[in-house]
Ligand binder design. Structure first.
Ligand SMILES: Cc1cc2nc3c(=O)[nH]c(=O)nc-3n(C[C@H](O)[C@H](O)[C@H](O)COP(=O)(O)OP(=O)(O)OC[C@H]3O[C@@H](n4cnc5c(N)ncnc54)[C@H](O)[C@@H]3O)c2cc1C
Length: 422
């Protein structure tokens, strides 16, 4: 694995597949039908890139929600550093500028023989290719006392929207001096640095508004992503405010008591003023239902085309996939979606296939003027996906470098959501 500078990475990551998809598909005369299920980052990107690339494709996007709220940057909202509205995006541009047929409904079934998607409200959509991008589901049965009903009292806020608002309201109304207890999930899960970014930004909010409050992280793991960067930042910005207890110390998380608002581990019980339980995760419910997930709970894919290894003819992108070294991030979902769009376009028009370019790039906020980043490129190798090159921020970086990363993060958000939703 080679180490890169962020600049080298940026040059390559910028050269993604849209132009290639466009050139190839424009040659096709047939109006083939592609149905994309799930209008999050993965699904919206597939739909946009296929529709943008050729009028010869009829692209339908099925998504129940009228608006999409990004999980990414939602921790800034929790800290009062960003508005909820700034995280919310509509589907109008996909429909009006790119001609995507957006249907606000849920997919209920796929008939892979007849090639038909059945919608919850009744209609049936015939397709030539179908893409499934349903995000994640929670393994509620693995955490005693915590389920969908409990989440209305103790939010997970791991799908952005009403859950995020609920957690923000609880943080605002808690008394100064209370404990914020965050339960961090076992691997693999959506966005590996995000629970620790959340702890950092809640500490930032406490520092200003509730200086006697403390944060306790009860982790299902013994180590976590970018641990050195977080521990360094917690010491510099929030000394004495954040305590992290690994599973080997607590004996593991055993149960959640919603009425008491407490978390029981093997060795102790921790009472919270505000609790945030991020449960163990698996591929989204629809992927489970139609047999795309294996025993791991995630969906194995062909790394060249993102076609299911279990259900040929159905493509999957985003967090639901089991994609080798690729983490579950919005950037990855977007990158996979472009590779998938290219593969579908190639297969529908008979044009040549190209090796996919796959990337992740992630900014993590530690404090308002202190952000770190990573940038990783991947390549398909022997039926899976491996890291090829990587850049990761270092503990010893200057304050100016960190300030610059915080500014870049803002620009990244604007460019990335434009790339995804038009
Ligand atoms: C707190 C937090 C911070 C994060 N920060 C970052 C970050 O800084 N950078 C980054 O790259 N990533 C970040 N992420 C991760 C990122 O949000 C996810 O990786 C990304 O949203 C995955 O995209 P997706 O399309 O797979 O799933 P989603 O975005 O969850 O989209 C899935 C969509 O499918 C729809 N759906 C589900 N079932 C059906 C059905 N049956 N029919 C129709 N539609 C259906 C859902 O309504 C949803 O809109 C963060 C995540 C969290 C929780």
């Amino acid at each position: 694995m080679k180490r890169w500078t962020r600049r080298q990475f940026g040059r390559l990551a910028g050269a993604t597949c849209l132009t290639v998809v466009g050139r190839r598909v424009a040659r096709s005369q047939a109006r083939a039908r592609v149905v994309v299920i799930g209008g999050g980052v993965g699904g919206a990107t597939v739909a946009k890139y296929l529709a943008a690339s050729a009028k010869t494709l009829a692209v339908t996007l099925v998504e129940p929600k009228p608006h999409y709220t990004t999980c990414f940057f939602s921790n800034l909202y929790l800290a009062g550093l960003r508005s909820f509205e700034s995280l919310t995006h509509g589907y109008e541009t996909l429909a009006q500028r790119y001609g995507v047929n957006v249907i606000h409904d849920s997919a209920a079934a796929i008939d892979p023989v007849a090639k038909i998607v059945g919608l919850k409200s009744g209609p049936k959509l015939p397709y030539d290719r179908v893409v499934v991008a349903p995000g994640i589901a929670f393994k509620y049965d693995t955490l005693a006392g915590y389920d969908e009903v409990a989440a209305q009292v103790i939010p997970h806020a791991w799908n952005a929207g009403p859950q995020t608002k609920l957690l923000r309201r609880q943080l605002e109304s808690m008394e100064d001096g209370g404990a914020f207890v965050l339960v961090a999930p076992p691997n693999p899960f959506r966005c590996p640095p995000a629970p620790y970014e959340r702890a950092s930004l809640v500490a930032c909010y406490f520092k200003q508004h509730k200086p006697h409050s403390r944060i306790l992280i009860l982790d299902a793991k013994d180590s976590f992503n970018s641990q050195d960067l977080f521990l360094d930042a917690w010491e510099r910005h929030y000394r004495g405010m954040i305590e992290w207890l690994p599973a080997q110390f607590t004996g593991g998380i055993k149960a959640i008591d919603v009425r008491e608002r407490s978390v029981r581990t093997a060795n102790d019980t921790f009472k919270a003023a505000v609790a945030n339980v991020i449960p163990p995760q698996m591929a989204g419910q629809f992927a489970q239902q139609i047999g795309l997930a294996d025993q791991s709970g995630w969906c194995p894919i062909d790394p060249m085309t993102f076609e299911s290894k279990l259900q040929p003819g159905i493509h999957i992108v985003g967090d639901a996939t089991s994609a080798g070294d690729m983490p579950k991030s919005a950037f990855v979902a977007n990158s996979q979606a472009k590779a998938c769009a290219f593969a579908i376009a190639a297969s529908l028009t008979g044009s040549a296939r190209f090796r996919p370019h796959l990337f992740n790039s992630c900014y993590t906020s530690l404090a308002p003027d202190d952000a770190v980043s990573n940038a990783i490129s991947f390549e398909p190798v022997a039926g899976t996906i491996k890291i090829a090159h990587s850049f990761v921020s270092k503990v010893e970086e200057s304050a100016e470098t960190r300030r610059r990363a915080a500014r870049e993060a803002e620009s990244w958000y604007a460019a990335f959501t434009h790339d995804t939703f038009g």
